[in-house]
Design a protein around this ligand. Structure first.
Ligand code: DAH
Length: 354
């Protein structure tokens, strides 16, 4: 028990933050704390700091000296203040944190996102295009609805020519001139030559149509890349050199090539390009039908008749042309044995080629 004098001197000691040394004063202090919070400046150090925080200072310098009979009430009030201060500081601090970074569990595995990817066929188209762009070719296109003239006539396939039957043409409506869905990209050769003087070095990727029933190797529409080079003095050696380069750039430096004589009405001479089988390296397998060779494209030296249709003088210029099926090359590149899979858009299938 303190003496009267001690009590008087203690009570007369002002605590700057608290004023009167009573439980009510502590409650008032809590009010002050609430106001500080409302003003959005809760300061953990000032209130709960272990060394200089208000609660510690009250405890050490003041509550210890309090009159015994007040101690329980003062202690309880001080404890309540500490708990409420702790609670509110924690609440405002949690609010001040961006919730996502505060609570995101960074060890969780990520949610899988479906990423877009290039379709293998388009990748092959671009790859082939790039090979020729690096040789100085440019890319062109032409209409998918064509006239008989460009699709056949100007390519040296006159009416009644047996090559017309092979093309299983889809005709578009009645009327003259007769329109059709182009059966190959070759008509663009003539359109380009009509629109620019030689020299020409161009490739034409595009969609073509034929009246075929879909199966593992047929589709009523598919895709080709046409190539045309015209200049003074171009000969078969230029064709062979260009296609050799293409075959090695596309299939790899190890492939062998050969030009096998063939026939197309718009080239003379005509050939087909074979590459040594990329699956068995030429020793013979199912894909190359035990021949060791795989057919890749058709080609030849532009027929003088085509130059005349296009308005070029075959005495002045010569050129070569080639045409390949994109689906076929995609099938070879990815060992995709059924062309229908290239159109199905089945993500489970496509995912293998990312
Ligand atoms: N147009 C031919 C086809 O669709 C492919 C072709 C062969 C194109 C020889 C050419 C070529 O340019 O020279 O079957």
């Amino acid at each position: 028990m303190k003496t009267e004098a001690e009590l008087a001197s203690w009570a007369a000691t002002p605590w700057p933050e608290l004023g009167l040394a009573t439980p009510e004063a502590l409650e008032a202090s809590l009010g002050e704390f609430d106001a500080a919070l409302a003003a959005a400046r809760p300061e953990r150090e000032a209130w709960l700091g272990r060394k200089r925080g208000l609660v510690t200072l009250i405890n050490q310098n003041w509550l210890r000296l309090a009159p015994k009979e007040w101690k329980p009430a003062l202690g309880a009030a001080l404890n309540a203040l500490r708990l409420r201060a702790e609670e509110r500081l924690a609440a405002t601090e949690a609010q001040a944190q961006p919730a996502a970074t505060a609570w995101e569990d960074l060890t969780l595995p990520g949610r899988p996102a479906l990423a877009a990817a290039m379709h293998p066929m388009l990748a092959v188209r671009d790859e082939i295009t790039d090979i020729f762009l690096r040789l100085g070719y440019t890319v062109a296109d032409g209409p998918e609805i064509e006239t008989e003239y460009y699709n056949f006539e100007a390519l040296n396939i006159p009416a009644g020519h047996p090559a017309r039957d092979e093309h299983d043409t889809l005709y578009v409506g009645p009327g003259l001139p007769q329109h059709l869905l182009r059966t190959h990209t070759s008509p663009v050769q003539v359109r380009i030559m009509q629109h620019q003087p030689p020299p020409v070095r161009v490739i034409v990727p595009g969609r073509v149509y034929r009246r075929d029933t879909p199966d593992a190797s047929h589709s009523p529409n598919f895709h080709q890349i046409e190539g045309l080079a015209v200049d003074r003095g171009l000969h078969l050696g230029h064709l062979k050199g260009t296609l050799d380069h293409f075959a090695r750039a596309f299939f790899g430096p190890g492939v062998a090539t050969r030009l096998r004589p063939s026939y197309f009405p718009f080239t003379e001479p005509s050939a087909e390009l074979d590459v040594s089988c990329i699956f068995c390296q030429g020793s013979g397998c199912r894909t190359c039908k035990q021949s060791g060779w795989i057919e890749v494209l058709g080609c030849g030296m532009v027929d003088p008749a085509v130059f005349r249709f296009a308005g070029y003088d075959p005495a002045e210029v010569s050129g070569f042309a080639f045409g390949m099926g994109i689906e076929r090359l995609t099938m070879l590149r990815y060992d995709w044995n059924d062309v229908q899979r290239q159109y199905a858009g089945d993500l489970r299938d496509l995912e293998q080629f990312r």
